[in-house]
Design a protein around this ligand. Structure first.
Ligand code: ZN
Length: 522
């Protein structure tokens, strides 16, 4: 045995309540031990008395697909006990890109979402992208293919209906990416160019992913119809017509929804009762963040980021944008900007758009356009997106798993970046008793592993990979707030990834023990 964890309450991730026992690590794998372990020899023994020993957490909505390549220790998430992240979400994934120019354009377009760091190298295919992570980052990376890169390759940066040959091209690119290890298809239907796809195009692509055993992971088309239930209807239609397991990402009652949470959850429950394999994720905070460009209409994005810059510069286009660009959420007062590179703009970091516009003496839309131009499109924001009173109803729902949607950029990322998993364990489980500890851990471990088809992870059992978390259930706490989000969580004491200690007594060891996980392979 290379390492032995003794005296803890072992909660295996299945939803079962747990037992007192020891967990051994042999190489990369787990051995669960019961009874007297005093005769078991190991060079390192961790005393977990009073602690919980469980599988490492799996984040099914991560925005680390670029940032972790330049910040491989990934402190914010390791301090939360995360050992695997799903990247490529929201339709915005970074492979395959046959054209380097298109990849650079796409990084630039998404820079307010995923950052624009100086990357250690480049790639073209999905397999080349996945190799960027092997043994070079602290946590494991699972990848899902966004429809944006597929559409950029087959259709270009323009809107419009894809022709049959273009659809065939997207299907073959998707098939190739999944053969190289991707776990399915993602969409982000508020984000051009992937958002230009109509329902039929998405059914076509989802059918291909379904045939290969993948899932459909969707940021829904929130602008559709009543902007409340209709986006869910479209997702369900895609799931039913293509036969794919449907996963709705960040499902919650938005502050702008005309009705309550119950009707959203009833729709999902009803679809499942009707035979659709549907699940969802959400994060436990009322704030959400993304690129500021999401506020801008499709016509402004037509043709890609170079064209977009021309639009932002044009006085005629500005006049139109002032009429069409509206706050996402309730008002400019509840949207806060972040991620600036220009020294003179740093003063705006963390301030509301209303306040920034006043400081700049401009209309809020002109203020945003000018900041986007000065920052080469790299502006991010977060806002009050969901009804805080209903968050626990979503988190406690049996079909929910945890997806942080944590942006990792700027001085003021949303608090999920540092607190997503611990806030559930500390507040919703311990303080509010909205769900049991075993159930909360299931949502962070075995459920997402099963959903994605990740083998031998998400559970603590003999032979599983040793992705392990040891935490104190009495003290685990998220310290991040909206005003001061970059506060690491506390109470997580040890984190192992593939059998190596990445966190030891609450401190990051610097070990880069993660790797890309590939569909169908261990
Ligand atoms: Zn997201």
């Amino acid at each position: 045995m290379d390492l032995l964890i003794t005296g803890g309450l072992v909660i295996d991730g299945s939803g079962n309540p747990g037992f007192y026992g020891a967990v051994g690590v042999e190489g990369e794998r787990v051995r669960v031990l019961r009874g007297d372990v005093s005769g078991v020899q190991a060079p390192r023994v961790l005393d977990a008395s009073g602690k919980v020993v469980c599988p490492g957490f799996i984040d099914v909505h991560a925005h680390s697909g670029l940032m972790i390549l330049t910040d491989p220790a990934h402190e914010a998430k390791v301090h939360q006990g995360v050992t695997t992240e799903l990247v490529g979400v929201d339709g915005n994934s970074y492979a395959p890109f046959r054209s380097r120019d298109d990849l650079l354009r796409f990084v630039r377009l998404n820079s307010g979402l995923d950052g624009a760091p100086d990357l250690p190298g480049w790639w073209s295919s999905t397999s080349e992208y996945l190799e960027m992570f092997d043994g070079k980052v602290a946590v494991n990376i699972a990848y899902i293919v966004g429809n944006s890169p597929l559409r950029i390759d087959a259709v270009g940066w323009e809107s419009g209906t894809a022709t049959q040959p273009q659809k065939d091209r997207m299907r073959s690119l998707l098939r190739e990416a999944m053969e190289e290890g991707a776990f399915g298809l993602s969409t982000g239907l508020d984000y051009p160019p992937g958002g230009y796809a109509d329902t039929d195009e998405l059914v076509d692509l989802a059918s291909e992913a379904a045939a290969m055993g993948g899932i459909y992971h969707t940021h829904m088309r929130y602008r559709l119809g009543d902007r409340y239930l209709d986006p869910v209807h479209e997702a369900i239609e895609i799931g039913k017509r293509s036969g794919i397991p449907l996963h709705i990402t960040h499902l919650f009652r938005r502050v702008t929804n005309p009705g309550g949470a119950r009707r959203l959850l009833d729709l999902v429950d009803g679809a499942r009762a009707g035979g659709l394999d549907v699940t969802f994720d959400c994060f436990p905070y009322p704030y959400g963040g993304t690129r500021i460009l999401i506020l801008f209409p499709d016509w402004a994005h037509e043709g890609g980021p170079d064209r977009l810059v021309e639009v932002l510069r044009s006085p005629e286009a500005r006049a139109r944008l002032r009429k069409e660009v509206a706050p996402r959420g309730r008002s400019w007062d509840e949207m806060w900007v972040t991620y600036f590179q220009q020294p003179h703009n740093m003063v705006y970091d963390g301030r509301s758009i209303a306040e920034v516009a006043e400081m700049m003496g401009k209309h809020p839309v002109d203020a945003l356009c000018d900041l986007l131009l000065e920052e080469d499109l790299r502006v991010s924001y977060f806002s009050l997106v969901s009804d805080p009173a209903t968050i626990a109803d979503f988190v406690a729902h049996p079909l929910q798993m945890v997806g942080s949607d944590a942006l990792l950029i700027g001085g003021h990322p949303p608090p999920m970046a540092y607190g997503c998993f611990p806030v559930i364990l500390g507040e919703m489980v311990r303080e509010e008793r909205r769900l049991s500890l075993a159930d909360a851990l299931r949502k962070m471990t075995s459920f997402p592993a099963q959903r994605l088809g990740i083998r031998d992870r998400g559970v603590l059992r003999d032979g599983a990979f040793a992705d392990i978390v040891v935490f104190d259930p009495d003290t685990i706490n998220a310290n991040a707030t909206r005003q001061e989000p970059r506060q690491p969580s506390t109470g997580i004491e040890y984190v192992l990834v593939n059998g190596q200690l990445v966190m030891d007594r609450g401190r990051h060891t610097g070990a880069l023990a993660g790797r890309a996980l590939r569909r169908g392979r261990s």
